[in-house]
Design a protein around this ligand. Structure first.
Ligand code: ADP
Ligand code: MG
Length: 312
């Protein structure tokens, strides 16, 4: 008698299982993205039935990073990767592709590792646009209002051009760059690469010997938003002008990548700076070419006022 009861019980649980499976199947097939995938590829019942478990896996995963603040919080099987359904013609596959948060974080890590040692003061890291609103002078108001416009229009296509912020020492140029970077980060999760130019040049010279120059230049070219702080404070060589800065500006111009520059020099003084190399050669044409790129990439704005460092 016992074996019969056992089989009856087994039959009972099997039908429960059947019900559960049926329910699962209905849930999976009513998932909007699955339905449109099936429709767009005109998949037959047979192929759909064979891939139910795969569809189920797809529905359990997160499909967008909009509400996700970091890769650490990702709920997916592969953290930082989003599932994508692919039909090969005979079968369906799930491919996992890097999500936006993952791409952003790894780009930032890559950039940070390339600009190590570039100390950005805490006050700049913590600068905010609201601190800047209170600035009194007309020239500062113009710079701040251009910066605010840039931030407001950051997501437009093509993106807005950056600023060439010039003015004497201590007027708040670096601080303004930091504030823009922080605002872009908090509003759009956009990452800015802020480089102190004299230090960047030193690192470029160093990396000439160990092959990492091309990678370093590439990371700077591709940065989402690039901020070159204190351009003109370095001693310029024609190599640096033509082989490093030139290609960086050229790339950013062609790919419409927002670029900010700060300098103690006005535009004409910068032309002069680029015209004379360390060796005293006068290369007006090459200097004019690089200035042309800077003019395309930025709107010049002067920051005047007293040296804020004097108060300290
Ligand atoms: P610059 O880059 O033009 O030489 P900084 O940006 O380094 O000048 O500013 C000089 C000093 O003034 C820094 O200590 C900076 O933190 C401070 N500072 C500049 N602008 C502001 C501001 N809007 N609010 C508070 N501190 C500021
Ligand atoms: Mg500065």
């Amino acid at each position: 008698m016992k074996p019969i009861q056992d089989s009856l019980r087994k039959w009972g649980s099997q039908s429960d299982l059947q019900k559960q499976l049926q329910q699962l199947k209905e849930n999976v097939l009513s998932h909007q993205e699955i339905r449109s995938f099936i429709d767009s590829h005109q998949l037959t019942n047979d192929i759909v039935e064979r891939h139910l478990m795969l569809f189920y896996e797809y529905t359990t995963q997160q499909h967008s990073c909009n509400s996700c603040s970091s890769v650490d919080q990702c709920i997916n099987v592969m953290k930082g990767y989003l599932p994508k359904l692919v039909y090969t013609g005979t079968r369906i596959e799930i491919r996992y592709e890097k999500c936006d948060s993952n791409i952003r974080e790894s780009t930032m890590k890559k950039q940070q590792s390339l600009v190590q040692g570039m100390a950005i003061p805490d006050e700049v890291l913590n600068a905010t646009m609201s601190d800047l609103d209170t600035l009194e002078l007309a020239s500062k108001r113009r710079a701040v209002s251009l910066a605010v416009d840039f931030i407001d229009q950051y997501k437009s296509s093509p993106p807005p051009v950056g600023l060439y912020i010039h003015g004497s020492f201590g007027t708040g140029k670096t601080y303004l760059l930091g504030a823009v970077a922080n605002e872009l980060k908090s509003r759009y999760k956009a990452s800015s690469l802020l480089l102190f130019v004299p230090e960047f040049i030193r690192q470029c010279k160093e990396s000439l010997g160990n092959d990492s120059l091309a990678r370093r230049v590439q990371a700077v070219q591709e940065a989402e938003v690039l901020m070159l702080d204190d351009l003109g404070a370095e001693s310029m060589s024609s190599w640096m002008r033509d082989e490093v800065l030139g290609p960086i500006f050229q790339y950013r111009m062609m790919h419409k990548r927002p670029t900010f520059i700060s300098s103690n020099l006005g535009v004409d003084e910068l032309l002069h700076h680029f015209s004379y190399s360390q060796r005293g050669e006068h290369e007006q044409l090459k200097a004019m070419r690089i200035m042309e790129r800077i003019r395309t990439l930025t709107i010049p704005v002067e920051l005047t006022g007293k040296n804020r460092r004097d108060k300290k």
